[in-house]
Design a protein around this ligand. Structure first.
Ligand code: GDD
Ligand code: MG
Length: 346
């Protein structure tokens, strides 16, 4: 059994965060995002993991290495040009031809992959999709099943009318178990989408196509800044189980600074007297000056928050400089190296 993580998208909806950092290694609670997927695969006993890349592949390879630090073997495959989700699978999995767990590379979940694979085998399925009920399915693939969990329909990015008509809310959670027979549904080297081409083709051919429906498991696509920020807050609230975080003590915190118990502070930070940090994740090497306030926010590495500045509900990229008394609020997202002069309000 092997796994393939589709991590070749440009992450356009996460810009400006993804201008210098490709989405798979965007920090989540101070660790590269893909490490959370690698962790749940490893827990299911899957250690041969291929990363299918296209955008900034060298940076991803450099950060994750060969996987030995995480107890897995990582293989990196870069497409000559983006081949789409299905085409990327064909390109990466063709030479192995065994049952493969495929992951969209921007899904944060604590789903039990081992049980999901067992279900796929018990059902004699050729393709099994994990599904998740959501409030608004319009940004996802809507999946219709019968009472035996057999998939009857797949509709990518449904319109309001289609959602209304079908009266279902179970979406494709971006985790699949696929048998090699699926490889034969697409030509090598051509652009194909699972969502628009392959899943409809599986239905047309009436191959055994089933769903595993998530219930209480955590699931979120972190592909937009709002969702990325919400995922952090969910994590800090303890809604996502089974992952360790580094709550570093290698940080210089003034005794008169206030940091709540939820917040995560990276290594080598300097936090000055009177600073207040609540429900936030602070990346390594960040400097927070006197009386600055950071609330419900995510700060990437090496930024500097000057005296009495306030950051609320926002994301600050790497190596930013926030001037004195500046206020950053309302879901603002600052790209790497942004500089705000003193007293600026965003
Ligand atoms: N290697 C490679 N090559 N990877 C790709 C390519 C490609 O050409 N295109 C997209 N990907 C990767 C992205 O990096 C991402 O990890 C994953 O495939 C899905 O692409 P997104 O662009 O994030 O798709 P989406 O979020 O709009 O929709 C998908 O995910 C939803 C769940 O979050 C679909 O699979 C929906 O059906 C699903 O509901
Ligand atoms: Mg996505």
């Amino acid at each position: 059994m092997q796994a393939l993580i589709l991590a070749g998208g440009k992450g356009t909806r996460l810009r400006p965060l993804t201008v210098y950092t490709p989405k798979p290694i965007v920090p989540f609670c101070n660790r590269a995002f893909l490490l959370y997927q690698i962790e749940i695969l490893r827990k299911a006993g899957i250690t041969d993991i291929t990363l299918s890349l296209s955008y900034q592949p060298d940076k991803i390879e450099h950060v994750l290495g060969n996987g030995s630090d995480y107890g897995v073997n990582l293989r990196f495959i870069t497409e000559p040009a983006p081949l789409g989700t299905g085409g990327a699978y064909r390109f990466a999995a063709d030479d192995i031809r065994e049952t493969t767990v495929v992951f969209n590379g921007d899904i944060l979940t604590d789903f039990d992959i081992g049980r999901f694979i067992e279900r796929h085998k018990d059902l004699g399925s050729v393709a099994t999709l994990a599904l998740k009920p959501v409030e608004n399915p319009s940004a996802y693939g809507l999946v219709e099943t019968d009472s035996d969990s057999r998939i009857l329909g797949f509709l990518e990015k449904p319109t309001e009318e289609q959602i209304e008509k079908l009266k279902i809310n179970t979406i494709n959670a971006g985790i699949y178990v696929l048998e090699p027979a699926i490889l034969d549904l697409m030509p090598m080297g051509e652009n194909r989408s699972f969502e628009y081409d392959i899943f409809p083709e599986i239905l047309k051919r009436q191959m055994p196509f089933y769903a595993g429906i998530m219930t209480d498991e955590y699931w979120r696509d972190i592909g937009t800044p709002a969702s990325y920020l919400t995922a952090h807050q969910d994590f800090l609230r303890g809604e996502i189980s089974g992952f360790e975080v580094d709550r570093s003590d290698l940080t210089d915190v003034a005794t008169k600074a206030t940091i709540d118990s939820r917040s995560i502070i990276g290594e080598g930070c300097v936090i000055k007297p009177g600073a207040r940090i609540t429900n936030s994740v602070i990346g390594p090497g960040v400097q927070i000056e006197e009386k600055a306030v950071v609330e419900d926010s995510v700060l990437w590495a090496h930024s500097r928050i000057s005296t009495a500045a306030e950051i609320r509900g926002s994301i600050i990229g790497r190596s930013c400089h926030i001037g004195r008394n500046a206020v950053v609020d309302h879901g603002s997202v600052l790209g790497d190296k942004s500089t705000l002069t003193d007293y600026t309000k965003v």
